[in-house]
Design a binder for this molecule. Structure first.
Ligand code: HEC
Ligand code: HEC
Length: 509
């Protein structure tokens, strides 16, 4: 909010999600691969088993390509995208964890250098020296997880940090250890899902052996991740678990994500037991694909859950996803967003254009205009009003009402609204009046969002907030002066492109 942001049409969050997903998959594979490959090589040397050693060697090619090329590029991509779409948030994370990041990068350099040396020195240096390089790689890779895990978990459960603002309180926060166990399991799952491919290349008589060997790894990974996951759930504050656990979870979507997550792991387990451990001869490309689906589903589901339960915060109870600090709410309401964020004041002073910049500053981190979480969709338009008023064919009015209006009018039944609404004729005769009505609705909604800011003062400071008490717990409050509310409302109302008479044209928009 303090800095101008890069307002991507597809939605900054969506772009970030794509870059981050590729990065986390690759980086977890790079860690798990490191572990399994060096242990495999160690065993191979001990048992003088050339096929097993070949498995390690072949996997190391994938590892090096993936972790150095893809991991490094996507890692840089995360910083570029995150820095441009939420500069305030990135600044906050850097200020709190500057030494954490520095340590992270030291381990990252060790990881990359060791990976390059490891891959290029097979059979060129002594077996013992080669193993040493492999272990150095694993240490570098695993410790980069040990460090970054502190920062990621901190964002969801800042714990004692909220009160003390001390580095270690934030780092070793309540979900630190469970997450580390969970991610340790995940890195193994990811690595096995990839390493099955090189294992398939082994000679036909050794193939089942190697497949079964990887099966034991996957089985171990499943148990470690499951234990870590349950432990993670157990230490989450009630305010967070209530969102997706229990009889009536607040966010049904996240409850579904949770069951998807656990079913994915079950799929991975079933495939492992049947096709890797019991009948390894049956293992084919399809087996590896199913295993990948299971492992990715579990991993992706967990990440989605972690991100979803944190919203609308970037750092829970401290910093919202749009860069607004909880502690700034009162000050910005009094002085105005234009005074607080100079770039919002710069440029065309017409209220509508000014409102557009306020939208970018406060809303664009979650809402696009027409794409993901489209704001145009969320707001009432003349066309929506027509469709509800027309009720053609009979019954469709109620359907449109549920889709277009009930997100804000959950407390009013369609029948009741139908009586209050202008008729179709009235709408057609005077669309300007409807536009005014819509502007009023939008203004009132913003006023409600602004009032919501006051409720944050009632939360106990230094503790994780229970957002369930808020009407719109998924959004940050609006901050700014009354004039700024009006400017934003004018801008939002202008998004209604003004197509009228959609009923006559068959309800198209
Ligand atoms: C942290 C992300 C986030 C930010 C920032 C955000 N919103 Fe939302 N908004 C949401 C979510 C999530 C929904 C619910 C979408 C759904 O139900 O599908 C929503 C819904 C809405 C709705 C529909 C009505 C409702 O209450 O569900 C409106 C209108 C809206 N937002 C306006 C705004 C405006 C204006 C801003 C900026 C002042 C803003 N939002 C900032 C996440 C956000
Ligand atoms: C973004 C939220 C939002 C959406 C979407 C929305 N409204 Fe509203 N609407 C409001 C608010 C806020 C008010 C003012 C309520 C109040 O004064 O208590 C309002 C008021 C109204 C009123 C005036 C009621 C009165 O008390 O006189 C009508 C009629 C109405 N809305 C119809 C609709 C219809 C029909 C739709 C769907 C096409 C719709 N609204 C969609 C927020 C919304």
């Amino acid at each position: 909010m303090d800095y101008p942001i890069w307002n991507v049409a597809m939605g900054g969050g969506v772009l970030m999600a794509w870059v981050a997903i590729t990065h986390v998959i690759v980086s977890h594979f790079a860690i798990g691969g490191g572990l399994i490959i060096v242990i495999t090589e160690t065993l191979a040397v001990k048992r003088s088993d050339p096929e097993l050693r070949e498995l390690a060697r072949r996997s190391s090619l994938v590892l090096i390509l993936v972790s150095t090329v893809f991991g490094a590029i996507s890692g840089v991509g995360i910083w570029v995208v995150a820095g441009l779409i939420s500069p305030g948030a990135i600044s906050a994370l850097i200020h709190n964890y500057v030494w954490g990041w520095a340590i992270e990068w030291v381990f990252f350099i060790l990881e990359i250098v060791a990976a390059l040396v490891y891959y290029t020195t097979w059979d060129k240096i002594s077996k013992g020296a080669h193993l040493l390089v492999g272990w150095l790689y694993f240490i570098g890779a695993y410790f980069s997880l040990v460090v970054i895990n502190g920062i990621i978990t901190f964002m969801l459960t800042p714990g004692g940090w909220l009160e003390s603002h001390a580095f270690w309180d934030g780092f070793f926060n309540p979900t630190y250890w469970p997450s580390l166990v969970l991610r340790t399991g995940i890195v193994v799952l990811m690595a096995v899902a990839f390493m099955l491919w090189p294992a398939f290349k082994a000679s036909p008589d050794r193939r089942p052996d190697l497949v079964r060997y990887l099966g034991w790894w996957f089985l171990g990974g499943v148990f470690v991740s499951y234990a870590g996951y349950r432990w993670w759930e157990a230490v989450l504050p009630d305010t967070v678990t209530a969102l997706f656990l229990g009889e009536a979870p607040t966010l049904a979507g996240l409850a579904a994500t949770r069951s998807f997550t656990l079913w994915s792991l079950t799929l991975g387990l079933a495939v492992t037991v049947v096709a890797l451990l019991l009948a390894p001869k049956l293992a084919r490309g399809l087996t590896a694909i199913l295993l990948m689906v299971g492992a990715f589903g579990f991993f992706g589901g967990y990440e989605r859950l972690r991100e979803g339960t944190r919203k609308p915060f970037l750092i829970h109870s401290h910093l919202f996803s749009n860069g607004l600090l909880v502690s700034q709410i009162d000050e910005i309401n009094a002085r105005g967003i234009a005074a607080h964020s100079g770039w919002v004041a710069a440029g065309d002073p017409a209220p509508e254009a000014f409102g557009g910049r306020i939208f970018v500053a406060q809303c664009a981190s979650c809402h696009t205009i027409d794409g993901y979480q489209s704001i145009r969709e969320a707001l009432p338009t003349v066309a929506d009003m027509e469709l509800v008023a027309a009720d053609q064919p009979s019954g469709m009015g109620a359907v449109h009402y549920r889709e277009q209006c009930s997100r804000c009018h959950g407390d009013i039944e369609y029948q009741e609204m139908a009586e209050m609404m202008p008729t179709l004729e009235e709408i057609r005769e005077d669309p300007e009046f409807i536009r005014e009505l819509n502007l009023g609705m939008i203004t009132m909604t913003l006023v409600e969002l602004r009032d919501m800011g006051e409720e944050f003062a009632d939360f106990e400071p230094g503790k994780q907030f229970d957002m369930r008490t808020l009407d719109r717990s998924y959004m940050p409050p609006f901050v700014g002066t009354e004039e700024e509310v009006e400017a934003l409302a004018l801008y939002l109302a202008s998004l209604d492109r003004g197509e009228t008479d959609v009923v006559a044209t068959g309800g198209e928009k």
